[in-house]
Write a protein of this length. Structure first.
Ligand SMILES: C[S@@+](CC[C@H](N)C(=O)[O-])C[C@H]1O[C@@H](n2cnc3c(N)ncnc32)[C@H](O)[C@@H]1O
Length: 458
């Protein structure tokens, strides 16, 4: 690992080696989202997990070193950190055997480190500039043969990079979202690790660890030495220790499987994720906003549900009265812009009132030929809140014909009798221990888990 320090004057764009299509505001948005400091006790717990497995560590690499806090704990012969934001590096206070370089983590080929440690950036795939993502994806695929999912978030690229940068006898100890153990978007990474037979231990951390970040984190240890293909899962027991879990979800039967709707017949029931129109702030309105812009119901806006949080769990049916009470006159975003036909003069006036920056703020809007023109989804038979705290997600039948938006998924293709039968069957279930925890006690059911549930209970 021989590297020269890039001068501190290099801009972040240069350090990232990215194309000009990554604009200044994209970089600051990216940095804003990914600069979360690891609490010192979590850094210490990660080092403890390393020291339980190795008596001596030679070379250490940290991709996304921040202020170098992983360098300040632990014992090693030499540490090399990569950090793109030079303002974050406090290199003058590093231990003498540690250094941080102002470079993109993907700008060098590091091989044969004893340990890759750290907390890589948590940035959603849609917030990663296409130029950068494509470049690092190609580089990683060339090195490993693994084509990460297009839905992979930033930490997956850093995780794979860490795996490739340690020796055949090496160790990888990184803090990443716990959901990697089950999410379909991380399947290729899991398959790759399984194909190598490396041992994996995942320690789930209490939700409060990262105040502002809505995710459940985990110290993930991948040990290439003595590979027996063993995977273990642990949860923070609240008193500084960890308790081994029976499976990744904690239950004896594991998590609800993923089943694509394509594996069932075309006319049978299927779950589909809620519409992502671009920005809910622009495309979904409250009743007060609708009235202010004089937008006509049915013509300019149509009913939608963006959240079932305020909908009573026992209601069961979303009819006109429930819609008015819990959504329309409760200040909820419940009107979706009706852009299926040519907009009326009123709707045009509303769209014209959105300033250029807001129009271009999401990649969904930027990539459309006409920034506001999305394809209107059909009306689902059932609405399902994909995030939930109770025994099952909130589900209601949709007699008012509302569109499912955002975290509210739709179930389509059910007859009236099947709708009733499904709701009755589901109401007896408790699936909490069959879904991997997401954050703050919230669980999130994936669309293809809903499809599996549909197949299971019907
Ligand atoms: C979650 S923070 C962790 C910082 C520090 N290691 C800690 O644990 O507190 C991730 C860090 O990765 C840096 N980073 C993001 N993308 C990077 C890249 N392509 N190359 C190098 N560093 C990067 C960010 O600036 C940020 O400091």
């Amino acid at each position: 690992m021989k590297l020269d320090l890039i001068p501190a004057t290099a801009s972040t764009t240069e350090a990232l080696h990215i194309s000009a299509d990554w604009r200044g505001e994209d970089i600051s948005l990216y940095l804003d989202r990914c600069q979360v400091d690891t609490p010192q006790d979590l850094v210490a717990a990660t080092w403890r997990a390393v020291e339980q497995r190795r008596a001596h560590i030679g070379t250490v690499v940290d991709f996304g070193a921040g202020d170098g806090r992983f360098a300040r704990q632990g014992r090693y012969a030499s540490y090399l950190g990569y950090e793109i934001d030079w303002n974050r590096c406090a290199s003058d206070t590093l231990p003498a055997n540690a250094r941080i370089v102002h470079r993109c983590a993907f700008s060098d080929v590091v091989e044969n480190a004893d340990l890759a440690i750290g907390n890589p950036p948590f940035v959603r795939n849609q917030d990663l500039p296409a130029g950068w993502r494509q470049k690092v994806a190609e580089q990683l695929e060339a090195r490993s043969g693994v084509a990460l999912s297009g839905l992979a978030n930033a930490w997956q690229y850093f995780f794979l990079l860490s795996l490739l940068s340690v020796s055949e006898d090496g160790l990888c100890a990184i803090v990443i979202p716990y959901e990697w153990v089950s999410r379909p978007s991380a399947a290729r990474l899991r398959d790759y690790i399984r194909s190598k037979g490396w041992n994996v231990d995942v320690y789930r951390i209490a939700d409060a660890t990262f105040g502002g970040v809505l995710t459940t984190s985990a110290i993930t240890i991948v040990d290439k030495r003595d590979a027996t293909g063993r995977w273990r899962y642990f949860a923070d027991d609240g008193s500084g220790g960890f308790q081994q879990l029976l499976s990744e979800s904690g239950s004896a039967c594991g998590h609800i499987p993923y089943r694509s709707a394509r594996s069932t017949s075309p006319d049978s029931a299927r779950a589909v994720r809620g519409l992502s129109p671009g920005s809910q702030q622009i495309f979904t309105l409250t009743e007060a906003q609708r009235a202010r812009y004089g937008l006509a119901v049915e013509q300019d806006v149509i009913r939608c549900v963006t959240s079932l949080r305020h909908f009573p769990p026992t209601s069961g049916e979303l009819d006109e009265e429930a819609f008015d009470r819990h959504f329309r006159y409760a200040g909820q975003r419940c009107w979706l812009l009706n852009v299926a036909d040519e907009p009326s003069a009123r709707l045009h006036a509303y769209l014209d009132s959105i300033d250029d920056d807001a129009q271009q703020a999401t990649s969904t809007c930027r990539e459309r030929p006409v920034w506001w023109k999305f394809k209107m989804p059909p009306v689902p038979d059932l609405l399902v809140a994909t995030s939930f705290k109770g025994p099952i997600p909130k589900i209601c039948s949709n007699s008012i014909g509302a569109r499912a938006v955002g975290g509210v998924a739709g179930i389509y293709g059910l007859t009236v009798e099947a709708t009733q039968a499904f709701m009755t069957a589901v109401s007896d279930l408790d699936i909490r221990d069959r879904i991997v925890a997401h954050a703050n006690g919230l669980r999130k059911i994936e669309i293809n888990q809903l499809n599996a549930l549909l197949a299971e209970v019907r």
